[in-house]
Design a protein around this ligand. Structure first.
Ligand code: SF4
Ligand code: F3S
Length: 312
C-alpha cells in the first residue's frame, strides 16, 4: 500500500497574505519562481524534488500560457520548455489549477494572430482534472477558496462548462452589478466625464461586457474587497471569458449584434420602452443570456481548434 499523504500544494507565481501574518506560516512553498532565490537548473531541481516527494498527491497551479510553436522555444527555463515542464509535472499531479486568463485559454499571447502558438493548460493536459480560475488578474480569494475546498473535501469544487468553479463564476456580472438598476431604468453613461458617469449610471454604452461575463467581481473585488473595474467607473471587458481579447474587443465598443438577438438595439430602446411604460427587463435578460450562450459556443470552437493545432 502506498503511504497516504496529506495533499500538498505547489503554487507557482502566486503569493498569498492573510492580514499581517507571514505567508509561510500557513502554506508550504517548496517552489515558487517569484520568491525563490534559485533560478534555472537549480529551480527546476527544487521543483522536481517537491514533485517526487508528493507524487500523485499535489495540486499543480500553473500561471501563464504555454507556447507551442517552434518547439516551444518562446518560454524555457532550466533547459526545458514550459510545455515540457507542464507535461512532466502534470503527470504526478492529483489535479491542476490554471490560474489567470493566460493559463485558462492562452490569454493575450494567444490573441489573434497568436505568433507563439500559445494555449492554455487544458489544451495540453487531457488526462487530469483541470480547474480554471480565469481573470486578468484572477481574484486571489477565489484561488484560495478553490484550494481550501480541495483540502477540506478532497475533491475539486463543481465546475461550469469552461471548468470554472461554479461557486465563483456561476452568475453574470450584470446580475450582481450595483449599477443594474440604472440599466433597467435606461440610464446610461454616454461619455466618461458626463454627469451620468459622475452619478454612477450604467456603463453598457461605454462597451460594458457585464451582460456576457461570468465572474464574482462585484461581490469579492480586489484590494481587500474595495475596488473592481465597474466600481472605478470602467466598463467590464470580460476578462474571465475565453478568448476575450478576440471576442470582447474593442473594449469601449458594444458587442456586435448576434444574429437573432439584436443586442445593439437593446440599450438604445430600453429607455424609450420604459418611458412608454413597457417592462422590458425580462426580454432584455433573455437577449443577453442568449448572446452569452452564442459567444461561449464560439469560444469553445476556437479553443478546440487551437488544441488540435498544438497537438499536430
Ligand atoms: Fe453593470 Fe455593465 Fe450591466 Fe451596466 S451593463 S448594469 S455597468 S454590468
Ligand atoms: Fe474582468 Fe470584468 Fe471583472 S473586466 S475584472 S471580469 S469586471
Amino acid at each position: 500500500m502506498p503511504e497516504e499523504r496529506e495533499p500538498k500544494i505547489h503554487i507557482e507565481n502566486v503569493t498569498y497574505s492573510y492580514g499581517s501574518e507571514p505567508v509561510l506560516r500557513d502554506i508550504s512553498l517548496d517552489y515558487n519562481r517569484t520568491i525563490q532565490a534559485a533560478a534555472g537548473a537549480n529551480a527546476l531541481a527544487a521543483l522536481r524534488q517537491a514533485a517526487e516527494e508528493n507524487w500523485g498527491n499535489y495540486l499543480l497551479a500553473v500561471e501563464g500560457s504555454i507556447p507551442t510553436k517552434d518547439g516551444g522555444v518562446y518560454d524555457c527555463s532550466g533547459g526545458i520548455t514550459a510545455r515540457q515542464e507542464l507535461e512532466e509535472f502534470a503527470e504526478g499531479a492529483a489535479a491542476l489549477i490554471a490560474v489567470g486568463a493566460c493559463a485558462f485559454w492562452g490569454g493575450w499571447p494567444a490573441a489573434n494572430p497568436n505568433p507563439t502558438g500559445a494555449v492554455g493548460v487544458s489544451a495540453l493536459v487531457k488526462d487530469k482534472p483541470v480547474v480554471a480560475i480565469p481573470g486578468c488578474p484572477p481574484i486571489g480569494d477565489v484561488i484560495t477558496a478553490t484550494v481550501a475546498h480541495y483540502l477540506t473535501f478532497g475533491r475539486l469544487p463543481e465546475l461550469d462548462l469552461q471548468r470554472r468553479p461554479l461557486f465563483a463564476y456561476g452568475a453574470r456580472i450584470h446580475d450582481q452589478c450595483p449599477r443594474r438598476a440604472h440599466y433597467n431604468a435606461g440610464q446610461y453613461v454616454e461619455k466618461f466625464d458626463d454627469e451620468a458617469a459622475r452619478r454612477g449610471w450604467c456603463l453598457y454604452k461605454m462597451g460594458c461586457k457585464g451582460p456576457e461575463t461570468y465572474s464574482p467581481c462585484p461581490l469579492i473585488a480586489w484590494n481587500g474587497t474595495t475596488k473592481w473595474p465597474i466600481a472605478a467607473g470602467h466598463p467590464c471587458f470580460g476578462c474571465t471569458e475565453p478568448f476575450f481579447w478576440d471576442t470582447m474587443t474593442p473594449i469601449y465598443n458594444r458587442l456586435p449584434a448576434v444574429s437573432g438577438f439584436g443586442v445593439e438595439k437593446t440599450a438604445d430602446t430600453i429607455g424609450a420602452a420604459i418611458a412608454a411604460g413597457v417592462t422590458a427587463g425580462v426580454a432584455i435578460h433573455a437577449v443577453a443570456t442568449g448572446i452569452q450562450r452564442a459567444r461561449q459556443s464560439k469560444a469553445t470552437e476556437v479553443y478546440e481548434e487551437s488544441a488540435t493545432e498544438s497537438e499536430g
